[in-house]
Design a protein around this ligand. Structure first.
Ligand code: PHE
Length: 348
C-alpha cells in the first residue's frame, strides 16, 4: 500500500525536520507546510476518494494518527524552544548581588575656599560686612588712593601686570578699602569690612611664589579706634585659625597706606613657641601685614582724618593654609591634582 508508505516517509521526514528546528518562526513554517491545507497530509486525505471502501478508513485512520504524531512533536518542540529562550533570558538578566557597588565620589570645596570661608565666618560673627572688588582695577584705587603716587618707590614692592597705563590686575585687595571708604556713610555707624579675593603680581612661580594668589583685606574705621583694637582683633583671628593657645606679636614694618605699620607673627603652632623647623627655631611665624590706616587714605576718600581713623590688615589665605596643613608648595593650590585636593575632602 503505497499511500501508507508515503505517509510513513512524510512522518519520518517531518519528525526529523521538527527536531532540527532552532527557531520558533521556522517551526511555524514547518507546521503550515506539513499540516496546512496545501500540505501533503491534506493531499493524501483528499486522494482517498480513489481508494476502495475497505482501505479508506484504514488509510484515513493512519493519516490522522500521523497528523497527531506530527502535531504532538511540533508542540513538544515548541515547549523546548520556549523553555530554552526563557532560560537564555534569565541567564542574561542575572544580577550578581555579590558585585561590589560603584563608589560615588563627592566633591568638596577647594582647601583655599574652605580656609577663606572659615575666616569670613569669623569676621561676619564680629559684625563685619564682606565686600567684593574688581580684579581688573584702576591704578587710581590700587595705588593712588592708597597713598602710593606714581613714581613712589613703594610701587616696586608690588610688581604689577599693567593692562593700560591706568588699568591693571590688582596687586592686593587694599583698593577695596578705598572703594568702600569713599562710599561709606558714617552717620549709619562705623565701617567694618573684610574683602577676600584674588590678587596678581609679576612674580616667577616657585614653591613660595605665585603670580596669582589670594588675600583677605580687613578694615575698621570709626572714631577712637586704637592699635589695641587691631591687636585684639588679630589675636582672635590667630587663635581661631591656629589654635586657642596661640599668641601674637607685632613688629614695626612699612606700608604706604598704614602708619604705624606692623608685621604680625603668631607663636609657632608646631612647637608652641619653643623653636622648631616650622618656625625656623624662632618660635614665631610671620602671618600678615597690618597697621593704622594712614591719614592720607582717609583724606583721599573725602573723610576728615582728624575725626576718623582705624586699622587695616591684609592676610594671605594661601600662606595660612600652607602653614596650617604643612603644604610646602603654593603651586599645589592651582594645579588641581585630585590627589592633593582629595586630602581636604571633608565629605568623604
Ligand atoms: N596690601 C598689603 C600687601 O599686599 C597688605 C596690607 C594690607 C598691609 C592692609 C597693611 C594693611 O602687602
Amino acid at each position: 500500500m503505497s499511500l501508507k508508505k508515503d505517509l510513513e516517509v512524510l512522518r519520518d521526514q517531518g519528525l526529523t525536520q521538527i527536531k532540527a528546528t532552532e527557531a520558533m518562526k521556522d517551526l511555524n513554517d514547518i507546521r503550515v507546510k506539513l499540516l496546512g491545507k496545501k500540505g501533503p497530509i491534506t493531499n493524501v486525505l483528499r486522494g482517498m476518494k480513489d481508494l476502495s471502501p475497505e482501505e479508506r478508513p484504514k488509510v484515513g485512520a493512519f493519516a490522522n494518527e500521523i497528523r497527531d504524531t506530527l502535531t504532538t512533536a511540533i508542540e513538544a518542540r515548541k515547549s523546548t524552544l520556549e523553555a530554552r529562550a526563557l532560560n537564555k533570558q534569565l541567564a542574561a538578566e542575572t544580577i550578581d548581588v555579590t558585585l561590589p557597588g560603584r563608589q560615588v565620589h563627592v566633591g568638596t570645596s577647594h582647601i583655599l575656599t574652605q580656609t577663606m570661608d572659615d575666616i569670613e565666618e569669623l569676621f561676619i560673627g564680629m559684625g563685619y560686612q564682606v565686600v567684593d572688588g574688581p580684579e581688573v582695577e584702576e591704578d587710581h584705587y590700587n595705588f593712588e588712593m592708597m597713598n602710593i603716587p606714581k613714581n613712589h618707590p613703594a610701587r616696586d614692592m608690588q610688581d604689577t601686570f599693567y593692562i593700560t597705563n591706568e588699568l591693571l590686575m590688582r596687586t592686593h585687595t587694599s583698593p577695596v578699602q578705598a572703594r568702600t571708604l569713599e562710599k561709606h556713610d558714617f552717620s549709619q555707624g562705623p565701617l567694618k569690612m573684610i574683602s577676600p579675593g584674588r590678587v596678581f603680581r609679576r612674580d616667577t612661580d616657585d614653591a613660595t611664589h605665585s603670580h596669582q594668589f589670594h588675600q583677605i583685606e580687613g578694615l575698621v574705621v570709626d572714631k577712637h579706634i586704637t592699635m589695641a583694637d587691631l591687636k585684639g582683633t588679630l589675636e582672635v583671628l590667630a587663635k581661631h585659625v591656629f589654635g586657642a593657645e596661640r599668641t601674637i606679636r607685632l613688629r614695626p614694618s612699612y606700608f604706604p597706606f598704614t602708619e604705624p605699620s606692623v608685621e604680625v607673627d603668631v607663636s609657632c603652632f608646631a612647637c608652641g613657641g619653643k623653636g622648631c623647623a616650622v618656625c625656623k627655631y624662632t618660635g614665631w611665624i610671620e602671618v600678615l601685614g597690618a597697621g593704622m590706616v594712614h591719614p592720607n587714605v582717609i583724606k583721599n576718600a573725602g573723610i576728615d582724618p582728624d575725626v576718623y581713623g582705624g586699622f587695616a590688615f591684609g592676610l594671605g589665605p594661601d600662606r595660612f593654609a600652607m602653614l596650617k596643613y604643612g603644604i610646602d608648595d603654593i603651586r599645589e593650590f592651582y594645579l588641581n591634582d585630585i590627589r592633593f585636593l582629595h586630602q581636604f575632602n571633608t565629605e568623604g
